[in-house]
Design a protein around this ligand. Structure first.
Ligand code: SAH
Ligand code: SF4
Length: 402
């Protein structure tokens, strides 16, 4: 669902994508509940243990096609193949970075749409165990259009199916098994706005955290949102133990209107209020993501506004140097500036961590590979967009009280 109703139209997508191909009507198996699979097997006169065999292939095994469901009889495999897809990822290209600690995948879907997922491995350090975090996409493209984000340049293409979301995690579990490692965390920080595809994202998160399916602990799943308040309300009502990350990027409303255009629909105070209620309902600390952009949102007054906004909240701020991926007129803040900003926050009682970008050399901020494949936008469109952003951000910064 694209987002509608903004008072001012956000910056338009830069890239015109080719039309999508036809969809494969067969649902992906990993998006079906165990009950639905059990019913299907019963209808096909199969004993209950076939459900367990199929689940083994899906959740711990490597099966990507019905041919690989080798413990099932040939006839059943053929029936399954006519009605379902074992994997919804048609082709995957992998690019390594950071000496192989980061791996970025570009997945082609049935209709030719491209989505990305990223694996980030963190070796054991001191008392901390080794982790392997997978960052997955929830939509192809994104309607929010944050002007520093490569996915935002693509505009909205379509929502992903539950199975398309889950299959990204299955893909990496299988890849990691090949190198003798375990997948420990999943973050919804790839392409798209998870809470504009809430139903499927929650179905996917349920599959990923079901002990009979993917089997991750709920606390090992993070849902990141640019601040879709109705989706946050849904989370508050359901009280899952997922970690909630809010992409803030600015505390001053006028500036956030520019950096996260959804702010025009769901103002930052409402977003922080909803996040606080999520923290109260679940007992989980909320993480705030803040991409640092030189001379735009990294100044003394920004830190003051941020500490006022988050004062007394059960919250932690991650400061991330902007990855130079998008056609913006802006530069990342210097490391010294980011460290000074972090000190200012901590001094005012707000927890803050400086994050270093992983895989920056291959554009690990999701969406860049897909945007590159879509071709370079016309230089005149890039120039117009830059000009508009300079004007909009300068106007936001000049407004009294901002
Ligand atoms: N749409 C959701 C989740 C996907 S974006 C959201 O915005 O939260 C995941 C994170 O990547 C967000 O915090 C986003 O702000 C960040 N991001 C996007 N472009 C980036 C860039 N150029 N440099 C650094 N981080 C970026
Ligand atoms: Fe969409 Fe998130 Fe990128 Fe903003 S940062 S355009 S919400 S994917």
């Amino acid at each position: 669902m694209p987002f509608e109703g903004a008072a001012v139209a956000p910056v338009q997508p830069l890239i015109n994508l080719p039309p999508a191909g036809a969809r494969d009507p067969r649902p992906g198996l990993s998006g079906l509940t165990p009950e639905r699979i059990a019913d299907w097997l019963t209808d096909h006169r199969q004993p209950a243990y076939r459900g367990r065999q199929l689940a083994d292939h899906l959740w711990s095994g490597a099966a990507q096609s019905a041919d690989e469901l080798h413990t099932l009889p040939q006839g059943l495999r053929m029936d399954l193949a006519t009605q379902f897809r074992v994997s919804t990822l048609c082709e995957t290209e992998i690019q390594p970075a950071d000496n192989g600690l980061t791996q970025k995948a570009l997945h082609r879907l049935d209709d030719g749409r491209l989505i990305e997922s990223v694996l980030m491995r963190y070796p054991a350090r001191g008392w901390r165990r080794a982790r392997a975090t997978v960052c997955i996409s929830s939509q192809a493209g994104c309607a929010v259009g944050c002007p520093f984000c490569a996915t935002g340049e693509l505009g909205f293409e379509r929502d992903l199916e539950t199975s398309e979301i889950v299959d990204q995690a299955r893909f990496w579990r299988h890849w990691l098994a090949g190198v003798g490692q375990r997948l420990t965390n999943v973050v919804f920080m790839g392409m798209g706005e998870p809470l504009l595809n809430t139903e499927r994202v929650l179905e996917a998160a349920a599959a990923l955290t079901d002990s009979g399916r993917f089997g991750l602990g709920a606390r090992h799943v993070t849902i990141s949102t640019s601040g879709v308040v109705p989706g946050m309300e849904r989370l508050i009502a359901e009280r899952p133990q997922y970690t909630l990350a809010v992409s803030l990027h600015a505390a001053r409303p006028e500036l956030r209107d520019v950096l996260v255009p959804l702010n025009r629909r769901y103002p930052v105070r409402q977003v922080v209020d909803a996040a606080a209620r999520y923290a109260a309902a679940t007992g989980r600390r909320v993480t705030y993501e803040y991409v640092m952009i030189d001379g735009i949102n990294d100044m003394h007054d920004d830190a003051v506004a941020l500490t006022r906004l988050l004062h007394g909240q059960r919250a932690h701020v991650n400061l991330i140097p902007m990855n130079l991926v998008a056609h913006t007129p802006w530069q990342p803040s210097s490391m010294e500036r980011i460290e000074a900003f972090a000190l200012q926050l901590r001094g005012a009682g707000v927890g803050a961590t400086v994050r270093r970008n992983r895989g920056a050399e291959i554009g690990a901020a999701c969406g860049q590979l897909a945007a590159d494949r879509a071709g370079a936008p016309p230089p005149a469109a890039v120039a117009r967009r830059r000009e508009l952003l300079v004007v909009e951000s300068a106007a936001a910064l000049a407004r009294p009280g901002s």
